[in-house]
Ligand binder design. Structure first.
Ligand code: GLU
Length: 499
């Protein structure tokens, strides 16, 4: 195997090379993250290359989304389509002349050839091979066409592709994660590397670009492992060095099936929209395959740059456990300063129609967010957790007001008892409200002959009257934020429900 030129690549240069044919998936984001960390750790460069040779399926909007979402995640490249670099352009559709030159070289060296087989012919060969229990592969019909025939066919515009001649041999390479990997090239069949000189396909363009962009390490998902032998053979045919490979483990659902849209969101943008924080996603994704070997579970990007090592990436599939992401996201939400958290929640409150400009002071808004934050697993939950603060009138079933076996009359008495206390509270502050209402619990229970220690008789009807919810912060906290007038109004409205 030719590795002679390998030593020429002394600097670490890695790339993330997405095809803009759909949204950026969490799998792809993890690949980008691991490349970024590897580059930073080794003081190398991280390159973003857009692989848009599939003109039918590639769209600019997906390139834009990839760039936007990776930036949001904080995974920043040193060279890419939106910033210049020594190896530009970084979009394959802008590099067609470069590929053409190498395609011509392979054709000239007879390492690639034009193939004129029709879809029907190829299909019937496939069927025939399968009926004999063989794995389908190209039967080599056009491998040895004479130059005269090829020229004639081309001049007649006969539809064709360019195939690369696969050499029959064993291909071995050392993968940083999987160890030594061996493939039998005999099973592969000559691979189509271009539709024509101006239309290269993935296997070919990726090899040319990794070489020209001086990529030292190819770190990518396991689904590309089986592509590697073909790409190594193309490298050898062009006398290119072989980069070092590292194939990241698959991401699996909790039932160990391959992560797919059917079982939940796979697009990074969906997680972004739901209010997952980039810090939490980075932390979550890095642990999908990488094991720091310690109990530590919280890692910032800056921290990871120091601690990450590709040798500690596991071979086995990594389970994508959404509960873990929720847990981490909750931790990061709790760590945010109240200013920052408010800024992050505002778009969600606006989207839910809860924030009408000028209706609420910044201070009140921060109080609402502060008491909701411990219950929040993602930012989008802020509206469901706090909508009752913004509402003019609550709608809920009167059953919600009931504590244990209390009758409507008893609930009414309880609410009026609270109303009386609250109307007479001198200083409307959390401390005062809590103290007065707790004292009230004792008095009320005694008066009514309820169990002495059971605070629910007074506090449950009040809390549910103020929130209209099964679960919410305490009535003291809610009343403190609502203010006296709104609190009393909500008690009155609840009492009316019981009439
Ligand atoms: N463009 C390929 C993809 O999006 C990645 C190629 C590679 O990393 O080698 O799957």
């Amino acid at each position: 195997m030719k590795t002679a030129k390998k030593t020429e690549i002394k600097k670490v240069r890695v790339r993330f090379a997405p095809s803009p044919t759909g949204p950026l998936h969490v799998g792809g984001s993890r690949t980008a993250l691991f490349n970024y960390l590897f580059a930073k750790k080794n003081k190398g460069k991280f390159i973003l290359r857009i692989e848009d040779t599939d003109t039918q399926r590639s769209e600019q909007k997906w390139t834009d989304e990839i760039i936007e979402e990776l930036k949001w995640l904080g995974v920043q490249w040193d060279e890419g389509p939106d910033i210049s670099g020594d190896f530009e352009p970084y979009k394959q559709s802008q590099r067609l002349d470069i590929y053409e030159k190498y395609l011509k070289q392979l054709l000239k060296d007879k390492k690639a050839y034009y193939c004129f087989c029709t879809e029907e012919e190829l299909e019937s060969v496939r069927q025939e091979q399968m009926s004999r229990g063989l794995a389908p592969k190209y039967n080599g019909k056009c491998t040895h066409l004479s130059e005269v025939i090829v020229s004639k066919n081309l001049s007649e515009n006969k539809s064709s592709v360019i195939r690369f001649k696969i050499e029959n041999k064993k291909i071995k390479f050392n993968d940083l994660i999987r160890g030594e990997v061996e493939f039998d090239a005999n099973l592969l069949g000559d691979v189509v590397i271009a539709k024509n000189l101006k239309a290269p396909l993935y296997h070919f363009a990726v090899v040319v670009d990794d070489f020209l962009m001086q990529i030292s390490h190819v770190i990518r998902g396991e689904e590309h492992l089986s592509n590697t032998p073909r790409q190594i053979l193309i490298q050898e045919a062009l006398d290119f060095y072989q980069p070092t490979y590292a194939h990241l483990p698959l991401m699996l659902n909790t039932d160990r099936s391959k992560l797919s849209k059917r079982q939940g969101d796979v697009a990074l943008a969906d997680y972004h929209k739901q209010g997952y924080l980039p810090e939490a996603l980075v932390n979550f994704m890095v642990l999908l395959g990488w094991n720091p070997g310690t109990e530590k579970e919280l890692f910032s990007l800056a921290h990871l740059v120091k601690e990450f090592s590709i040798e500690k990436v596991q071979k086995a599939g990594a389970i994508f456990n959404i509960q873990r992401l929720d847990y981490l996201n909750g931790l990061y939400i709790r760590e945010k300063s109240i200013d920052k958290l408010t800024e992050l929640c505002v778009p969600f409150l606006k989207e839910a129609g809860l924030l009408v400009q000028g209706q609420i002071s910044q201070g009140k808004l921060q109080e609402i967010i502060e008491i909701s934050r411990t219950r929040m697993k993602k930012l989008s939950e802020i509206s469901g957790l706090s909508d009752f603060f913004f509402a003019n009138k609550l709608t809920f079933s009167k059953d919600l007001l009931k504590w244990q076996k209390m009758s409507d009359q008893e609930i009414k008495d309880s609410l009026n008892f609270s109303k009386d206390i609250l109307s007479n509270v001198k200083k409307w502050s959390l401390k005062e409200l809590e103290q007065k209402l707790l004292e009230g619990c004792e008095k009320f229970n005694k008066e009514k002959n309820y169990p002495e220690k059971n605070k629910g008789y007074l506090l449950w009807p009040l809390r549910s009257a103020l929130s209209g919810k099964q679960q919410s912060p305490s009535p003291f906290e809610i009343a403190d934020i609502l203010g006296r007038e709104k609190t009393i109004k909500r008690i009155d409205e609840a009492v009316k429900m019981l009439l």
